[in-house]
Ligand binder design. Sequence first.
Ligand code: ADP
Ligand code: MG
Length: 312
Amino acid sequence: MIEVKNLTKKYGKVVAVDNVSFKIQDGEIIGLLGPNGAGKSTTMNMMTGYIEPTEGTIVINGYDISKKAIKAKKEIGYMPEGVPLYTDMTVKEFVTYMAELKKVERKSRKEKVEKIIEETGLKNVENKLTKNLSRGYKQRVSMAGALVGEPKILILDEPTVGLDPKQITEIRNLIKKLGKSHTIILSSHILSEVSQICEKVIIINKGKLVAIDTPKNLENKVASKDNIYITIEDNDNKVNEVVKNIGEIEKIELIKENKDNTKEYKIISKKDVDLRKVLFKEFAKENITIFEMKKEDATLEEAFMKLIEGGN
Ligand code: ADP
Ligand code: MG
């Protein structure tokens, strides 16, 4: 488990991370989502022990990162923003070098390096210089570096930035695969990224945590109006009259008349109420047949924008 408590990082007058607290359970895949400059990298850099917090604590599987740094760091594999530095090494040399740095036992080093190269899909390029690889492969090399030392937690800073769609899919699949045996925290400023991979999202903006929840709950939370889309058969033309008598309804709009004599309406509610029950009952009373009824979905994109605007 990871426990981040009242974490703050100040750079002079800039508060990069502002009193952030959250917990991450073993095995979770968490997305740290926020626009550029939100404080994602700074948060991750503190979680990996790379920079010191101004205030607050970080406990990784029971080890306080500022007091038991070596033990805490052993639990973590970190993939920083951008691509690997040691570009004059081959893939295999780089991963081996990382294994030396992380003090992987000499006698199992070779075997473990090979396993990681296999796992990250780098076998066919293992003898190539990393600088000659595509952006997608470079990202894999960086991921391989993070996996050295068999950490239980992976912290991946913008793992898909700069990749083309095919590479994004490949990295995403790799992350999902690794997610089966690791706790993963990844950052992104792209919403669809996070909602596709992560079970839980932490939204930060201007250094502050604005929400932590599942993608689905976030959508529900900010759905301001529970508008209903409904398809009905209304032979006696009574729908407007019926709707008039339902107090929670603000407005009804005809969207479309179908060839099969059904009509589609959008029904806008006055406040945060789910109209489905009352619509069902009242329409049944008046012999209006409901063919389809669904709530308007707020997209995660909308949720994100709303939460961020709320923070301003
Ligand atoms: P993100 O990764 O979400 O894009 P960062 O964590 O990189 O955001 O940055 C958060 C804020 O902290 C930004 O305003 C950035 O300019 C500032 N910042 C980050 N690193 C430093 C630094 N070393 N010195 C001064 N300001 C910094
Ligand atoms: Mg960043």
